[in-house]
Design a protein around this ligand. Structure first.
Ligand code: FNR
Length: 378
C-alpha cells in the first residue's frame, strides 16, 4: 500500500520489484567476471534453473472467509521468536558486491533493522566480531567452512561464540568448488581480490600460520587460505569432534538425504539446512523436491531450506513443505549490489510483503496454517 500511495504522489520504487528486474539491474552494475561468479552456477546451470522451476510445479490452495485480515508471520527457531520466516543465507562475497566493500556490515545492519536473521559466512570481508556487533537484537548465525586445520576451525568457533552468534551452520557441500564454466572461463576467484578474506586474515591462528602479516604479503595469505580452505576428508567422525567443541546449536548445510538427516540427529546435531547451494555446487542436485523427506526424517528437528526462492509464494511453498525458516540467497545479494544496506532492506521488505499478501489472499493466518495440504500440484 505504501508503494501505491508513494506512486500516487509521483514517487516510484527505488529498486526493481521483481527478481528479473533486480537481476538485470545488478548485472548492469557489476564488473563482468564478478557478476558471473555471483549469478553463475554448476555445469550448464540447469540445476539453478531447476531450483526456480521446482516452485512453479506447486500451486497454493485458496481458502475464503477464513478471517485472514491479520497475519502472523513469526516462527520459532532455537528458542528465538523471529518476526518473519525468512533469513539471509550465507554469501561469502558480499564485500565485492558492494561499493564500499563492507557488504557484510550492510547485511548485518539490514538484519538489525528488519529482524531477518543473517547467516554470516566464513568468507566475509569484515571480521565476524564487527558483523555480530552490527546485528543489534536480531539473532545471527555463523557459517563455518571447516578448514583442514583443526586449530583454525576451533578458533573460528570460539570467535563466533565470543562474538555472540546464536548457532553454527557447517556447510558440507563445498569441500571443493563445483564445475562452474563461467568462473573457469575467467580463471578467477573473487575472494582473492584486494582486501578480501578479512575474516580469515583477522584470525589469530591464521595469522600465526603466516611468515609475515597478511597486510605485507596478501598473496602469501591468499595462498595459505587456499591451502587450508577445503577439507575433502571431513567425515562423520570429525563432526563428533565439532559437536564436542561447542554448546551452540549446530546445523548442517547441504544435507538433503533422509539417511543423512537421521545420522546427523544421532550425532547430536541440532538442525538441518536442506540446500543445493543455489545450484552452484553439485550439478543435477535437486533441492525443493527433497525437502518433504528431509522434514519427515528430521522428526521435529528444525529444517532450514534455501535454493531458488525468488518470491513470496515461494516462501509460502517452502514453509508448507515443512521448512522451519526459508533462506534467501541471490535476491538479497542483488539488493546489496544495487543499494548496499538500503537495497537489502528493500528486497527483504518486498519479499515479506508478498509473502504476507499471498497468505492473506489465500486465507492463511499464520505459518502454522501452512501445511502440505495447502499445496496442489500444477
Ligand atoms: C553462496 N552460498 C554460500 N553458502 C555458504 O554456505 N557459504 C558461502 O560463503 C556462500 N557463498 C555464496 C556466494 C554467492 C555469490 C552465492 C550466490 C551463494 C550459497 C548460499 O548460501 C545459498 O545456499 C544459495 O545462494 C541459495 O540459493 P539462491 O537463493 O541463490 O537461489
Amino acid at each position: 500500500l505504501g508503494l501505491y500511495l508513494a506512486g500516487m504522489a509521483g514517487d516510484t520504487p527505488p529498486y526493481p520489484l521483481t527478481f528479473a528486474g533486480l537481476e538485470a539491474a545488478a548485472e548492469a552494475k557489476m564488473e563482468h567476471r564478478l557478476w558471473d561468479y555471483v549469478a553463475g552456477g554448476a555445469g550448464d546451470e540447469h540445476t539453478q534453473r531447476g531450483n526456480v522451476e521446482a516452485f512453479l510445479r506447486w500451486g497454493i490452495m485458496p481458502r475464503m472467509l477464513s478471517g485472514a485480515a491479520e497475519r502472523d508471520l513469526s516462527v520459532e527457531l532455537f528458542g528465538h521468536l523471529l518476526p518473519t520466516p525468512i533469513f539471509m543465507a550465507p554469501i561469502g562475497v558480499l564485500g565485492v558486491m558492494t561499493d564500499d566493500e563492507h557488504g557484510d556490515l550492510a547485511a548485518a545492519a539490514a538484519s538489525a533493522a528488519s529482524g531477518v536473521p543473517m547467516v554470516a559466512s566464513t568468507l566475509m570481508q569484515d571480521p565476524m566480531e564487527d558483523v555480530a556487533a552490527a546485528l543489534g537484537d536480531t539473532p545471527g548465525f555463523f557459517q563455518l567452512y571447516t578448514p583442514n586445520d583443526r586449530e583454525l576451525a576451533e578458533s573460528f568457533v570460539r570467535r563466533a561464540e565470543t562474538a555472540g552468534f546464536q548457532g553454527i551452520v557447517v556447510t558440507l557441500d563445498t569441500w571443493t568448488l563445483g564445475y562452474r564454466p563461467r568462473d573457469l572461463q575467467h580463471a578467477t576467484f573473487p575472494q582473492l581480490r584486494g582486501s578480501c578474506l578479512v575474516n580469515y586474515t583477522s584470525d589469530p591462528v591464521f595469522r600465526g600460520r603466516l611468515a609475515v602479516p597478511p597486510e605485507e604479503d596478501p598473496a602469501a595469505a591468499a595462498l595459505q587460505w587456499a591451502m587450508t580452505f577445503g577439507n575433502p576428508t571431513l567425515t562423520w567422525e570429525d563432526l563428533a569432534w565439532l559437536r564436542d567443541l561447542t554448546d551452540l546449536p549446530l546445523l548442517l548445510k547441504g544435507i538433503c538425504h533422509p539417511d543423512d538427516v537421521r545420522r546427523a540427529k544421532d550425532a547430536g546435531i541440532d538442525g538441518i539446512y536442506c540446500s543445493n547451494h543455489g545450484g552452484r555446487q553439485a550439478a543435477s542436485a535437486p533441492a525443493l523436491e527433497l525437502l518433504p523427506a528431509v522434514v519427515d526424517a528430521a522428526e521435529g528437528m528444525p529444517v532450514l531450506f534455501d535454493s531458488g526462492v525468488r518470491s513470496g509464494p515461494d516462501v509460502v511453498k517452502a514453509l508448507a513443505l515443512g521448512a522451519t525458516a526459508v533462506g534467501i540467497g541471490r535476491p538479497y545479494g542483488y539488493g546489496a549490489v544495487l543499494g548496499g544496506r538500503a537495497g537489502i532492506e528493500f528486497v527483504l521488505s518486498c519479499l515479506l510483503a508478498e509473502t504476507d499478501l499471498t497468505m492473506a489472499l489465500n486465507g492463511y493466518r499464520s505459518v502454522a496454517d501452512l501445511t502440505r495440504e495447502v499445496l496442489v500440484r500444477t
